[in-house]
Design a protein around this ligand. Structure first.
Ligand SMILES: C[S@@+](CC[C@H](N)C(=O)[O-])C[C@H]1O[C@@H](n2cnc3c(N)ncnc32)[C@H](O)[C@@H]1O
Length: 549
């Protein structure tokens, strides 16, 4: 379960640290017909990306091993040839040293994700560090890893046709190497012959005997461009829009359907969202009020103040962990949407006392860090609850020095735990565990791991936590229900069901005026749904409820 500020994901080609939402890279590159997003005109480092949500292509015009060696391509076996065992015609397997370190690292990371259920954003930085892969090589390895994982749906459909067999009938090492090769051919500026020969080298190292097969398959892939392949493998947009978008923009169909429903059925907006999901997001800091100022910090580090959140600073580049401002607790890494929903709850008008704030799902502490800083300025105290021990420790670090108490307990224990009394709080945040479908751009493999079957247990928990929050807030107090998923079952349905099952009466507060004036695309209220393609933020949902009895 993840969401909110727990969105690691360095795509910066280097080890990262020092934040709750680590590394959000910027990317450059071709941008054919990419719809404008809010981020494009507000000083955030631009993310490039070609049509179809292709990840960046700029900069990586590289051949095999980082330099084109002018190798003439050897013909391999026919596509029908063996992809396992046997000795290659070109001589003995050449081993790992024939593979350049960037591609080897990308392969190892992709293989670890598929073989061991690893997370790319966790496994890759360590590999790059341990192998001393840096600079452009690290950036290349990162692009290959993230791009291949994101684009897996499209890549596998192409591979199935080019190989003449289902991808799960290709041995896993050869399959992952081929995926990396297809990605390079169809999505990057790596010259096709270099992508083919470097991938064949990789296959020789990881799947000896399959290189002839790989050579034939990749040459077939290289015979067409991405648009031509999509025309071939995707169903027609006119008769099957969801199926088409799913193949063209590499998202599972159930996720495309959920996005389209949350966007009121608009195919155009869904397309723009999917494209944005395939971009590497930039890094945003959240300054902690009272300790730093966003405009001053932006000047200090050469970044840009956020377009919407008064606490946001867009990072120009480099690893946020290197920044003194993060090390000394003046700021943390946090998506701007996460900042906005936390600040909206803190700023919502309230009658009566306003001293006891509660964050019922606080780990790893992104929103708690902001709320605790605001509480300090406003004479309030934050209680931050987290059920997972190691996350509770992260919350303690996030709120250190602020008026805050961290409870390592179950948020549903309101009324049972003496530190969580019923009617004991003026403002309560429920940043509920969710599918994280609103932050897919940060975790390249997440879209393939998540399943519709994840929804029932999550929505049950969401409703239980919301009813616990309603018990915890005093009459007249406010509850903010937040998810970093736009799936309507986790947003509107969970709020409606959670409040219906509680015998506590509530009114919806219009959340739109709680967001910065002039913020576009906030809908008809009273809830708010933020979107990557509209606001440049994660797809955060916010409902604000006032307890009336
Ligand atoms: C979406 S994340 C919260 C992100 C956090 N608010 C932030 O901004 O960093 C949800 C958190 O709720 C925690 N959680 C799950 N079930 C819980 C429960 N029953 N009580 C308290 N916390 C819970 C998860 O461990 C996870 O850390």
């Amino acid at each position: 379960m993840h969401g909110g500020a727990d969105q690691g994901g360095s795509e910066r080609g280097g080890p990262e640290g020092g934040g709750f939402e680590s590394g959000r890279p910027e990317s450059g590159g071709a941008d054919r017909g990419r719809p404008e997003t809010a981020s494009a005109d507000r000083g955030r480092p631009e993310s490039g990306g070609a049509d179809r949500g292709r990840p960046e292509r700029g900069g990586f015009d590289r051949g095999r091993g980082g330099s084109e060696r002018g190798r003439s391509e050897r013909g391999g076996r026919d596509r029908g040839g063996s992809d396992r065992g046997g000795r290659e015609r070109g001589g003995p397997p050449r081993g790992r040293d024939a593979v350049d370190p960037a591609r080897q690292a990308a392969y190892d990371a992709v293989a670890a994700v598929h073989r061991d259920d690893a997370y790319a954003n966790l496994v890759l930085p360590g590999m790059l560090r341990d192998r001393d892969v840096r600079g452009r090589d690290a950036a290349f390895a990162t692009e290959l890893t993230y791009g291949t994982l994101r684009s897996r749906g499209t890549i596998d459909a192409v591979l199935t046709v080019a190989a003449g067999r289902e991808v799960d009938r290709i041995d896993p090492p050869a399959r992952d190497a081929l995926r990396l090769g297809v990605y390079q051919i169809l999505y990057t500026r790596v010259p096709p012959h270099a992508a083919v020969s470097s991938t064949v080298d990789l296959v020789k190292a990881v799947a000896p005997g399959a290189s002839g097969f790989a050579n034939a398959v990749l040459r077939e892939v290289a015979s067409r461009d991405l648009d031509a392949w999509i025309e071939q493998v995707a169903p027609p947009a006119e008769t099957d829009p969801v199926g088409h978008l799913s193949l063209a923009y590499s998202h599972p169909q159930w996720i495309v359907r959920a996005f389209q429903e949350a966007l009121g059925g608009s195919v155009d907006e869904t397309t723009r969202l999917l494209i944005e999901d395939n971009q590497a997001p930039g890094v945003t800091l959240c300054v902690r009020p009272g300790r730093a100022d966003a405009v001053e910090l932006a000047e200090e580090i050469g970044g840009a103040p956020g377009a919407f959140s008064p606490y946001a600073v867009y990072l120009p580049g480099g690893a946020p962990g290197d920044l003194a401002v993060i090390r000394d607790g003046r700021a943390h890494v946090q998506d701007e949407g996460s900042q906005l929903v936390a600040a909206a709850l803190a700023d919502a008008p309230i009658d009566g006392t306003d001293e006891r704030w509660l964050d019922l799902c606080a780990g790893p502490g992104g929103k708690a860090g902001l709320l605790a800083a605001l509480a300090a300025q406003r004479g309030a105290h934050l209680t931050a609850v987290e059920v997972t021990e190691h996350r509770a420790k992260l919350v303690s670090q996030a709120v250190a020095g602020f008026p805050a108490t961290v409870l390592h307990t179950d948020g549903r224990d309101v009324g049972k735990d003496p530190d969580l009394p019923e009617e004991g709080f003026d403002r309560v945040l429920v940043d509920a565990p969710c599918t994280g479908l609103g932050a897919l751009r940060r975790r390249p493999e997440a879209r393939w791991r998540r399943q519709p079957s994840d929804l029932p247990p999550l929505t049950r928990l969401q409703r239980e936590l919301l009813t616990a929050a309603l018990r915890a807030v005093r009459p007249g107090g406010l509850v903010g229900y937040v998810t970093c998923s736009p799936h309507t079952v986790e947003t509107h349905v969970s709020v409606t069901e959670g409040t219906r099952r509680s015998d506590i009466a509530v009114d919806f507060v219009d959340a739109r005026p709680l967001l910065p004036a002039g913020m576009p695309g906030l809908g008809t209220g009273p809830t708010v749904q933020l979107w990557p393609h509209r606001h440049g933020t994660d797809a955060m949902f916010l409902a604000v409820l006032r307890r009336t009895s």
